[in-house]
Design a protein around this ligand. Sequence first.
Ligand SMILES: Cc1cc2nc3c(=O)[nH]c(=O)nc-3n(C[C@H](O)[C@H](O)[C@H](O)COP(=O)(O)OP(=O)(O)OC[C@H]3O[C@@H](n4cnc5c(N)ncnc54)[C@H](O)[C@@H]3O)c2cc1C
Length: 308
Amino acid sequence: MKNNKTKAYSLLAQDFDLLENEPLKKHTSFKVGGPADLLAMPKNKLQLKKLVKKAFDLNIPVSLFGGGSNLLVTDKGIRGLVVTTKHLTSQISIIKTDTDINTKTINAEAGVPLPKLVRFATNQGLSGLEFAAGIPGTLGGAIMMNAGTKSGDMSRIVESVDVLNQNTFKIETIEKKDLDFSYRRLDQPGIILAASLKLEKAPAKKIKNLFLQNLSKKKATQPLSSASAGCFFKNPDQGKPAGELIEESGLKGMEINGAMVSLTHANFIVNTGNARCEDILLLKRHIQETVQKKYHIKLETEVRIEGE
Ligand SMILES: Cc1cc2nc3c(=O)[nH]c(=O)nc-3n(C[C@H](O)[C@H](O)[C@H](O)COP(=O)(O)OP(=O)(O)OC[C@H]3O[C@@H](n4cnc5c(N)ncnc54)[C@H](O)[C@@H]3O)c2cc1C
């Protein structure tokens, strides 16, 4: 069994540049995570497609990383192949102008850093992405997570998504009406390669002001320079947001071996040094149990936990 695995890995390594036993803490904003058996950083869509197809033929499981800014990877790491999209070409172009309704549609590749996309839109006088001020990661990850804030999310602007089907290896365009978005989630199998976003024409100054307003609010209320994966828990459907529930449970500042409930925002768990995934999971469970006891609310994680 082990031999078959080793053979499959070396067959894959014959055709592609791969890192072996790569520590995933180097590829996540939490700075946590054990090794990936193999890690690939394809440079373009064709390479990515060939790589994923060959891994499929060799029966090697594939996990996908964008910017790794919403991921908590276990200390044992991830078996099989991890593919990161952040080194893919990152083209952005305007593909349609609709003067009647004052909109433009842009197309961008999945590995485009979200901050770069926001800058592009602002410089073009296109409104709709201001909510994303200060959100790290890639466009592909933002769409899969339906990233957003109170003032907007990706589902409002995505018109269509180009997806690599991992069974047929064909690229399919899924239109807005067929995309199953919900709170911090897109239910869509396959690998996002690109997306079209519809944005509204607006004065550049107005867009920039709104962007800066959102960014300074985020900077003032969230620990943006600490290692984290953003908000750890989803806000419950009704009532107080997760951060308030955690703060009112007296948990701000609680720490387990370097995993700490942020003093700036209680819904952020920060890695203050050398926390392991295990420490973060212990703190997570403690937070969930305390909030459950006090409020009878089960907090669900927004951060995706991956690995063995
Ligand atoms: C300081 C900080 C602040 C944050 N603020 C916010 C915020 O305000 N709002 C918010 O919603 N989030 C926030 N986040 C969380 C995170 O930045 C977003 O969820 C982001 O959009 C994730 O993008 P990513 O590329 O890093 O995805 P990753 O974390 O790499 O991946 C997330 C998920 O998407 C999948 N995925 C990634 N790329 C693709 C692809 N091309 N095709 C298919 N699946 C893919 C992965 O497999 C994984 O399941 C914050 C995080 C940090 C660290």
